[in-house]
Ligand binder design. Structure first.
Ligand SMILES: [Zn+2]
Length: 99
């Protein structure tokens, strides 16, 4: 399910900050090829294929643009369109449905 180059980090402070900011109990956050988790462990995360596909879509986005450029584009999109409607989230949500 998970490509070997992708690393999952549990109890990540980066994801904790995102969880606090977003008011979520459980957060997965991608930087480069690492998926940082808060409020969910790796085993439970991997049990949820749609969620995994969503985060892997973000890994692919990082690979497409490179880490620095992607982060700049992502923040720009977030400011312009908000979290839910930013094009990277729209694309990642579409990936959840791909079998
Ligand atoms: Zn996302």
């Amino acid at each position: 399910m998970l490509p070997p180059q992708v690393i999952v980090v549990e109890n990540a402070w980066l994801a904790k900050i995102a969880a606090l900011k977003m008011g979520s109990q459980r957060v997965a956050m991608v930087v480069g090829r690492r998926i940082y988790l808060w409020g969910v462990n790796k085993a439970d995360f991997l049990q949820q294929p749609a969620w995994v596909k969503h985060e892997l879509a973000h890994v692919a986005q990082y690979q497409r643009y490179g880490v620095v450029k992607f982060l700049i584009l992502y923040v720009f999109e977030w400011i312009k369109n908000g979290y839910y409607n930013n094009r990277f989230e729209v694309e990642a949500r579409a990936a959840e449905q791909v079998p």
